[in-house]
Write a protein that binds this ligand. Structure first.
Ligand SMILES: [Cu+2]
Length: 182
């Protein structure tokens, strides 16, 4: 009796390992990112009066639950706009965060109601400031790959921006440094 239970446990164990391997092979870690067009990295994308440039994300470790994304939005029109939502296949929920110093502690705060983009100005999302936060990542963000992110603006509409995945401590899209500049 004891032996047969043990044997089934071993078999179940083997099956789940085999299943996990099959799933890993089938989906691959990079199924939702791509390395096909590295030339696109950081390339500016325009929609209406908005230009989104310098887009990048920081690479994550396996099982790291969240990741950060950054870019600049330049608004050349004369009516304010608002980034109302962000989506990507590697995260079920993307939040727009800001960093605030409260009583000497840096804290992240979710921007409710989106990010205001004033007419004629450039809003910059960068490490230590405003940023996208990819919650509950379903796969690690791999350096050198491209993460497509869909931005939805109240007036300008929807645009897909390729974020170049850089080192975990990258400060900007052209940053290849591995020094910790945080
Ligand atoms: Cu955050």
């Amino acid at each position: 009796m004891y032996k047969s239970i043990l044997m089934s446990a071993v078999l179940v164990g083997l099956v789940s390992v085999a299943q996990a391997q099959a799933e890993q092979t089938a989906t691959g870690h990079s199924a939702k990112t791509s390395s096909l067009n590295p030339a696109q990295s950081g390339e500016a994308v325009a929609i209406g009066d908005l230009t989104i440039s310098g887009g990048f994300a920081r690479a994550t470790l396996p099982n790291q639950p969240v990741g950060g994304g950054f870019f600049a939005v330049t608004h050349s029109g004369d009516a304010d706009d608002r980034l109302v939502s962000v989506s990507t296949e590697v995260s079920p929920r993307v939040e727009i965060h800001e960093m605030r110093v409260t009583e000497t502690v840096m804290k992240m705060r979710k921007l409710e109601g989106g990010l205001h983009i004033p007419a004629g100005e450039t809003v910059v999302l960068e490490p230590g400031g405003l940023h996208l936060m990819f919650m509950d990542l379903t796969q690690p963000l791999i350096k050198e790959e491209i993460l497509p992110v869909t931005l939805t603006f109240e007036n300008a509409g929807e645009v897909v921006v390729p974020l170049a995945i850089k080192a975990p401590n990258a400060r900007k899209s052209g940053d290849h440094s591995t020094h910790d500049g945080h």
